[in-house]
Design a binder for this molecule. Structure first.
Ligand code: SIN
Length: 285
Protein backbone atom coordinates (compact mmCIF):
# COMPACT_ATOMS: atom_id res chain seq x y z
CA UNK A 1 0.00 0.00 0.00
CA UNK A 2 1.35 3.43 -0.91
CA UNK A 3 2.11 6.29 1.47
CA UNK A 4 -0.88 8.11 0.01
CA UNK A 5 -3.21 5.31 1.09
CA UNK A 6 -1.92 5.48 4.65
CA UNK A 7 -2.19 9.25 5.03
CA UNK A 8 -5.65 9.27 6.71
CA UNK A 9 -4.07 7.93 9.89
CA UNK A 10 -2.07 11.07 10.37
CA UNK A 11 -2.66 12.84 13.72
CA UNK A 12 -2.43 16.28 12.08
CA UNK A 13 -5.66 15.87 10.15
CA UNK A 14 -8.32 18.60 10.36
CA UNK A 15 -10.91 16.80 8.27
CA UNK A 16 -14.21 15.43 9.56
CA UNK A 17 -15.57 12.51 7.62
CA UNK A 18 -19.13 11.24 7.69
CA UNK A 19 -19.76 8.08 5.66
CA UNK A 20 -23.10 8.34 3.87
CA UNK A 21 -23.46 4.65 3.10
CA UNK A 22 -21.48 1.64 4.28
CA UNK A 23 -20.64 0.79 0.66
CA UNK A 24 -19.87 4.14 -0.95
CA UNK A 25 -19.75 7.88 -0.38
CA UNK A 26 -18.69 10.19 2.44
CA UNK A 27 -19.23 13.82 3.30
CA UNK A 28 -16.10 15.72 4.24
CA UNK A 29 -15.92 18.95 6.23
CA UNK A 30 -13.23 20.88 8.08
CA UNK A 31 -11.52 22.20 4.97
CA UNK A 32 -11.88 25.39 2.94
CA UNK A 33 -11.57 24.43 -0.72
CA UNK A 34 -10.95 28.05 -1.72
CA UNK A 35 -7.50 27.70 -0.17
CA UNK A 36 -4.62 25.50 -1.36
CA UNK A 37 -4.52 22.19 0.50
CA UNK A 38 -1.60 21.25 2.65
CA UNK A 39 0.20 18.10 1.53
CA UNK A 40 -1.34 16.30 4.51
CA UNK A 41 -4.85 17.42 3.55
CA UNK A 42 -4.32 16.53 -0.09
CA UNK A 43 -3.04 13.06 0.72
CA UNK A 44 -5.81 12.49 3.22
CA UNK A 45 -8.47 13.51 0.73
CA UNK A 46 -6.91 11.19 -1.83
CA UNK A 47 -6.85 8.39 0.69
CA UNK A 48 -10.50 9.01 1.62
CA UNK A 49 -11.41 9.04 -2.03
CA UNK A 50 -9.85 5.64 -2.60
CA UNK A 51 -11.76 4.34 0.40
CA UNK A 52 -15.19 5.92 -0.25
CA UNK A 53 -14.98 6.38 -4.06
CA UNK A 54 -16.90 9.66 -3.97
CA UNK A 55 -16.53 12.53 -1.52
CA UNK A 56 -19.00 15.35 -1.00
CA UNK A 57 -18.24 18.82 0.29
CA UNK A 58 -21.04 21.21 1.27
CA UNK A 59 -21.03 24.98 1.79
CA UNK A 60 -17.95 25.56 -0.33
CA UNK A 61 -18.59 28.86 -2.15
CA UNK A 62 -15.80 28.35 -4.66
CA UNK A 63 -15.58 29.85 -8.13
CA UNK A 64 -14.39 28.34 -11.38
CA UNK A 65 -10.71 29.14 -10.80
CA UNK A 66 -10.79 27.70 -7.28
CA UNK A 67 -12.50 24.55 -8.53
CA UNK A 68 -9.80 24.05 -11.16
CA UNK A 69 -7.07 24.83 -8.62
CA UNK A 70 -8.55 22.26 -6.22
CA UNK A 71 -8.65 19.58 -8.93
CA UNK A 72 -5.16 20.42 -10.15
CA UNK A 73 -3.72 19.39 -6.80
CA UNK A 74 -4.63 15.81 -7.75
CA UNK A 75 -3.30 15.78 -11.29
CA UNK A 76 -3.29 17.45 -14.67
CA UNK A 77 -6.61 18.83 -15.89
CA UNK A 78 -8.16 17.16 -18.90
CA UNK A 79 -9.85 19.65 -21.25
CA UNK A 80 -12.78 17.82 -22.79
CA UNK A 81 -12.91 18.40 -26.57
CA UNK A 82 -16.64 19.04 -26.59
CA UNK A 83 -16.18 21.85 -24.10
CA UNK A 84 -13.31 23.39 -25.97
CA UNK A 85 -14.89 23.35 -29.38
CA UNK A 86 -18.68 23.41 -29.37
CA UNK A 87 -20.20 25.55 -26.72
CA UNK A 88 -21.65 28.72 -28.16
CA UNK A 89 -20.37 30.65 -25.16
CA UNK A 90 -16.91 29.15 -25.57
CA UNK A 91 -14.42 30.94 -23.40
CA UNK A 92 -10.75 29.95 -23.53
CA UNK A 93 -10.33 30.85 -19.87
CA UNK A 94 -12.82 28.17 -18.85
CA UNK A 95 -11.78 25.47 -21.33
CA UNK A 96 -10.44 23.41 -18.47
CA UNK A 97 -13.94 22.72 -17.23
CA UNK A 98 -17.09 21.30 -18.73
CA UNK A 99 -20.52 22.80 -18.18
CA UNK A 100 -22.95 19.95 -17.54
CA UNK A 101 -26.00 21.68 -18.87
CA UNK A 102 -29.41 20.04 -19.10
CA UNK A 103 -30.45 22.58 -21.72
CA UNK A 104 -27.47 21.78 -23.92
CA UNK A 105 -27.93 18.03 -23.42
CA UNK A 106 -31.52 18.33 -24.61
CA UNK A 107 -30.92 20.75 -27.49
CA UNK A 108 -27.51 19.80 -28.88
CA UNK A 109 -27.12 16.14 -27.99
CA UNK A 110 -30.85 15.24 -27.90
CA UNK A 111 -30.26 13.38 -24.64
CA UNK A 112 -33.46 12.60 -22.81
CA UNK A 113 -33.05 10.04 -20.04
CA UNK A 114 -29.96 8.99 -18.16
CA UNK A 115 -27.81 5.85 -17.98
CA UNK A 116 -25.09 4.59 -15.70
CA UNK A 117 -21.83 5.85 -17.08
CA UNK A 118 -18.23 6.71 -16.46
CA UNK A 119 -16.67 9.83 -17.95
CA UNK A 120 -14.44 9.74 -21.06
CA UNK A 121 -14.61 5.97 -21.52
CA UNK A 122 -13.93 6.63 -25.20
CA UNK A 123 -10.34 7.74 -24.40
CA UNK A 124 -7.40 5.35 -24.36
CA UNK A 125 -6.67 6.63 -20.85
CA UNK A 126 -9.95 7.89 -19.41
CA UNK A 127 -9.87 10.66 -16.83
CA UNK A 128 -9.21 9.18 -13.37
CA UNK A 129 -11.07 11.77 -11.33
CA UNK A 130 -13.77 14.40 -11.59
CA UNK A 131 -14.78 17.41 -9.53
CA UNK A 132 -18.38 18.51 -10.01
CA UNK A 133 -19.65 21.83 -8.68
CA UNK A 134 -23.22 22.99 -8.31
CA UNK A 135 -24.09 25.99 -10.48
CA UNK A 136 -27.89 25.94 -10.80
CA UNK A 137 -29.85 23.03 -9.43
CA UNK A 138 -33.60 22.52 -9.36
CA UNK A 139 -35.34 23.26 -6.03
CA UNK A 140 -36.29 19.58 -5.90
CA UNK A 141 -34.73 16.71 -7.86
CA UNK A 142 -31.71 16.47 -10.14
CA UNK A 143 -29.75 14.29 -7.72
CA UNK A 144 -26.70 12.32 -8.80
CA UNK A 145 -26.15 8.68 -7.84
CA UNK A 146 -22.81 6.88 -7.68
CA UNK A 147 -22.37 3.12 -7.62
CA UNK A 148 -19.54 1.01 -6.25
CA UNK A 149 -18.26 -0.86 -9.31
CA UNK A 150 -16.31 -3.36 -7.25
CA UNK A 151 -19.34 -4.53 -5.28
CA UNK A 152 -21.36 -4.69 -8.48
CA UNK A 153 -18.66 -6.94 -9.94
CA UNK A 154 -18.60 -9.11 -6.81
CA UNK A 155 -22.39 -9.49 -6.95
CA UNK A 156 -22.19 -11.30 -10.29
CA UNK A 157 -22.45 -15.08 -10.35
CA UNK A 158 -19.27 -17.12 -10.79
CA UNK A 159 -20.55 -18.17 -14.18
CA UNK A 160 -20.91 -14.54 -15.36
CA UNK A 161 -17.54 -13.61 -13.85
CA UNK A 162 -15.90 -16.42 -15.82
CA UNK A 163 -17.66 -15.37 -19.04
CA UNK A 164 -16.50 -11.76 -18.78
CA UNK A 165 -13.00 -12.39 -17.46
CA UNK A 166 -11.21 -11.66 -20.75
CA UNK A 167 -13.84 -9.60 -22.48
CA UNK A 168 -13.27 -6.15 -23.99
CA UNK A 169 -15.93 -3.53 -24.69
CA UNK A 170 -16.02 -0.59 -27.06
CA UNK A 171 -17.97 2.60 -26.48
CA UNK A 172 -19.31 4.70 -29.29
CA UNK A 173 -18.86 8.43 -28.77
CA UNK A 174 -18.18 9.09 -32.44
CA UNK A 175 -21.16 11.32 -33.18
CA UNK A 176 -20.22 13.76 -30.40
CA UNK A 177 -16.57 13.74 -31.48
CA UNK A 178 -17.45 14.27 -35.14
CA UNK A 179 -19.53 17.26 -34.08
CA UNK A 180 -16.27 18.90 -33.00
CA UNK A 181 -14.22 17.46 -35.90
CA UNK A 182 -12.15 15.25 -33.66
CA UNK A 183 -10.92 12.17 -35.45
CA UNK A 184 -10.36 9.70 -32.61
CA UNK A 185 -10.30 5.90 -32.94
CA UNK A 186 -12.83 3.66 -31.23
CA UNK A 187 -10.91 1.99 -28.40
CA UNK A 188 -11.62 -1.19 -26.46
CA UNK A 189 -11.28 -1.48 -22.66
CA UNK A 190 -11.42 -4.58 -20.48
CA UNK A 191 -14.92 -4.96 -19.09
CA UNK A 192 -13.37 -5.85 -15.76
CA UNK A 193 -10.70 -3.31 -14.98
CA UNK A 194 -8.27 -3.69 -12.11
CA UNK A 195 -8.13 -0.45 -10.17
CA UNK A 196 -4.47 0.66 -10.39
CA UNK A 197 -4.32 1.89 -6.78
CA UNK A 198 -6.64 -0.39 -4.79
CA UNK A 199 -6.20 -3.55 -6.87
CA UNK A 200 -9.97 -4.13 -6.84
CA UNK A 201 -11.80 -5.56 -9.81
CA UNK A 202 -14.29 -3.03 -11.15
CA UNK A 203 -17.14 -3.70 -13.56
CA UNK A 204 -16.36 -0.78 -15.82
CA UNK A 205 -18.44 0.24 -18.80
CA UNK A 206 -20.48 3.14 -20.06
CA UNK A 207 -24.12 2.28 -20.68
CA UNK A 208 -24.76 5.68 -22.27
CA UNK A 209 -22.36 5.04 -25.14
CA UNK A 210 -23.74 1.91 -26.70
CA UNK A 211 -21.25 -0.55 -25.18
CA UNK A 212 -20.54 -3.58 -27.34
CA UNK A 213 -18.51 -6.67 -26.51
CA UNK A 214 -15.67 -7.17 -28.97
CA UNK A 215 -15.96 -10.40 -30.97
CA UNK A 216 -19.42 -11.41 -29.71
CA UNK A 217 -22.45 -11.41 -31.91
CA UNK A 218 -24.75 -8.48 -31.37
CA UNK A 219 -27.58 -10.37 -29.63
CA UNK A 220 -25.23 -12.09 -27.19
CA UNK A 221 -23.48 -8.80 -26.45
CA UNK A 222 -26.79 -6.96 -25.92
CA UNK A 223 -28.02 -9.67 -23.54
CA UNK A 224 -24.86 -9.45 -21.43
CA UNK A 225 -24.92 -5.64 -21.34
CA UNK A 226 -28.59 -5.69 -20.21
CA UNK A 227 -27.73 -8.15 -17.44
CA UNK A 228 -24.83 -5.99 -16.25
CA UNK A 229 -26.97 -2.87 -16.29
CA UNK A 230 -29.49 -4.62 -14.04
CA UNK A 231 -26.64 -5.44 -11.66
CA UNK A 232 -25.76 -1.74 -11.53
CA UNK A 233 -29.32 -0.85 -10.48
CA UNK A 234 -29.06 -2.45 -7.02
CA UNK A 235 -29.49 0.31 -4.40
CA UNK A 236 -27.24 -1.51 -1.92
CA UNK A 237 -24.27 -0.35 -4.00
CA UNK A 238 -25.37 3.28 -4.36
CA UNK A 239 -25.08 6.65 -2.73
CA UNK A 240 -27.56 9.31 -3.84
CA UNK A 241 -26.47 12.90 -3.42
CA UNK A 242 -28.92 15.76 -3.03
CA UNK A 243 -27.24 18.86 -4.35
CA UNK A 244 -27.35 22.05 -2.35
CA UNK A 245 -26.03 25.54 -2.95
CA UNK A 246 -22.20 25.48 -3.01
CA UNK A 247 -21.94 21.69 -2.91
CA UNK A 248 -19.15 19.83 -4.64
CA UNK A 249 -18.54 16.15 -5.46
CA UNK A 250 -15.14 14.60 -6.10
CA UNK A 251 -15.15 11.04 -7.44
CA UNK A 252 -12.78 8.35 -8.56
CA UNK A 253 -13.87 7.68 -12.13
CA UNK A 254 -12.08 4.32 -12.12
CA UNK A 255 -14.01 2.94 -9.16
CA UNK A 256 -17.56 2.75 -10.48
CA UNK A 257 -20.26 4.54 -12.42
CA UNK A 258 -22.62 7.42 -11.84
CA UNK A 259 -26.10 8.40 -12.92
CA UNK A 260 -27.71 11.84 -13.16
CA UNK A 261 -31.34 11.55 -12.11
CA UNK A 262 -33.43 13.26 -14.77
CA UNK A 263 -36.67 14.06 -12.93
CA UNK A 264 -36.85 17.85 -13.08
CA UNK A 265 -38.66 18.58 -16.33
CA UNK A 266 -37.37 21.58 -18.26
CA UNK A 267 -35.41 23.13 -15.41
CA UNK A 268 -32.06 24.37 -16.79
CA UNK A 269 -30.00 22.31 -14.32
CA UNK A 270 -26.32 23.18 -14.58
CA UNK A 271 -23.14 22.00 -12.95
CA UNK A 272 -19.50 22.51 -13.77
CA UNK A 273 -17.17 19.54 -14.06
CA UNK A 274 -13.39 19.43 -14.06
CA UNK A 275 -11.75 16.19 -15.17
CA UNK A 276 -8.35 14.99 -14.00
CA UNK A 277 -6.14 13.08 -16.40
CA UNK A 278 -5.04 9.61 -15.54
CA UNK A 279 -1.61 9.74 -14.03
CA UNK A 280 1.33 7.73 -12.86
CA UNK A 281 2.31 9.87 -9.90
CA UNK A 282 0.86 12.75 -7.92
CA UNK A 283 2.22 16.14 -9.01
CA UNK A 284 4.99 17.65 -6.92
CA UNK A 285 4.39 20.80 -4.94
C1 SIN B 1 -21.51 13.65 -15.07
O1 SIN B 1 -22.06 12.73 -15.64
O2 SIN B 1 -20.29 13.76 -15.11
C2 SIN B 1 -22.35 14.67 -14.33
C3 SIN B 1 -23.37 14.07 -13.45
C4 SIN B 1 -24.56 14.95 -13.21
O3 SIN B 1 -24.94 15.73 -14.10
O4 SIN B 1 -25.16 14.87 -12.14
Amino acid sequence: MSAVLDASNTPTSTLQVKPLEPTIGAEVSGVDLRQPLSIVQRDEIKSLLLKHRVLFFRDQPINHEQQVAFARQFGKIYAHPNTRRTESRFDPTTADSHRISATEARKVYKIQGSRWHTDTSWLVRPAWGAVLREVDIPPVGGDTVWANGHLVYESLSDEVKARIADVYVVHDFQSALKRVNLDYPIVAHPLVRVHPETGEKILWLNFSQNPTVVGWDRAESDALIAELERAYHRPEFHVRFKWSKHALAFWDNRAGLHYAVNNYGDYPRELERVLIEDFDALPHY
